[in-house]
Design a binder for this molecule. Structure first.
Ligand code: NDP
Length: 337
């Protein structure tokens, strides 16, 4: 409960590792274990939600972390040995893995094979080409129903998801404003990522006044990453028939009692569509998303900022740092060495 601390996680060493699966694991038809060397681990806000059991968060039983066992999350890995017919030694994959140097993955259906080309960094499969990228794509294009010229606001805009939503909205010809928690992040949004405007929400005593300044005509689309007071102030400034994609509400994840948003009647007054979504329902779109995304990366039309720390021992600090905004872009832990 509460804010996660570095000391909530610890690094453990085991004396021996078997770098081959044993024979019966290969032969058993129901046993499709895959042995991988993990290369990049992704730090994602939802991992905080797995630190406690939250009613309604996941339909899967036992999907939260088990104290004393390795935590899990998205990552990029290399297959060392495989009992699964679709994967072989040497393949690169991304998907759910454990925070370990080597993992035996019992349900490799959750791993997607990477068609690696050396002009795209492998770490991108934790971010722009992986779960956060697909979240931005689905959230913006499928949930927000955007149109050219619309006014778009994105919170946590310098993060893994937000930085892409802003660039997608610019490609569509929208007016785009982002909020972030430091001057450096605001500069990034305006000077490198092409946002029309950005502001540091920590320096705005009156969020409503900030929205009146940046959106004198109101907001058509709000890409919600933060929740709480931000959502309350946005609701006052939405336009009639506006859309809100409720992607996440990170400001609420560490609170014992979530903050109440008291002005939800604005949804009715302004006929706003507030639509929560989970990327997990949209993985079938990943191949289409790759076809869309790769040319933009190669042509330099979309850029991606990563914050990469080295070594498993850097993982706890990197993960809990998300909740203090210490990450500058997509937070990744490189354990490829
Ligand atoms: P980020 O890379 O944006 O990292 C989190 C950022 O949130 C921090 O850097 C910090 O930035 C900001 N933040 C932390 N605490 C607060 C707070 N109390 N108030 C306001 N901002 C805060 O994360 P992602 O881009 O990966 O995730 C963004 C959101 O999307 C999260 O809510 C996440 O849960 C959600 N998500 C939802 C998915 C879905 O399927 N619906 C899938 C993936 C992500 P700053 O310095 O600007 O404060």
């Amino acid at each position: 409960t509460g804010f996660p601390k570095e000391s909530d996680l610890y690094v453990n060493s085991t004396a021996t590792i078997k770098l081959k699966l044993s024979e019966p694991e290969h032969e058993g038809s129901s046993n499709k274990l895959v042995l991988v060397k993990n290369l990049y681990l992704s730090c994602d806000p939802y991992q905080r939600l797995l630190m406690e059991r939250i009613e309604g968060y996941s339909s899967q039983p036992n999907s939260s972390f088990t104290p004393g066992s390795p935590i899990f999350g998205y990552g990029v890995a290399k297959v060392l040995d495989s009992g699964h017919p679709d994967l072989k030694a040497g393949d690169l994959v991304w998907g759910t893995t454990y925070w370990e140097e080597y993992s035996r993955i019992p349900a490799p259906e959750g791993l997607i094979k990477i068609q690696h080309t050396h002009d795209v960094p492998l770490s991108y499969y934790t971010g722009i080409l992986g779960m956060p990228g697909l979240t931005a794509y689905v959230g913006f294009y499928e949930i927000c129903s955007p149109k050219k010229g619309e006014h778009v606001f994105i919170s946590a805009a310098a993060g893994a998801v937000g930085q892409l939503v802003g660039q997608f909205a610019k490609l569509m010809g929208c007016y785009v404003v982002g909020s972030a928690g430091s001057k450096e992040k605001v500069d990034l949004l305006k000077n490198k990522l092409g946002f029309d405007e950005a502001f540091n929400y920590k320096e705005e005593a009156d969020l409503n006044a900030a929205f009146k300044r940046y959106f004198p005509e109101g907001i058509d689309i709000y890409f919600e990453n933060v929740g709480g007071k931000m959502l309350e102030a946005v609701l006052l400034n939405m336009r009639v028939h506006g859309r809100i994609a409720a992607c996440g509400m990170i400001s609420q994840y560490n609170l014992d009692h979530a903050e109440g948003v008291t002005n939800l009647m604005h949804l009715v007054y302004k006929r706003i569509r507030l639509h929560g979504f989970s990327v997990s329902d949209h993985y079938h779109l990943h191949p289409k998303f790759m076809e869309f995304m790769l040319p933009y990366i190669r042509q330099g039309k979309i850029v991606y900022v990563e914050d990469i720390v080295e070594g498993l021992e850097s993982g706890p600090r990197a993960l809990v740092g998300l909740f203090k905004g210490l990450n500058f872009g997509k937070q990744v832990v490189d354990i490829s060495a």
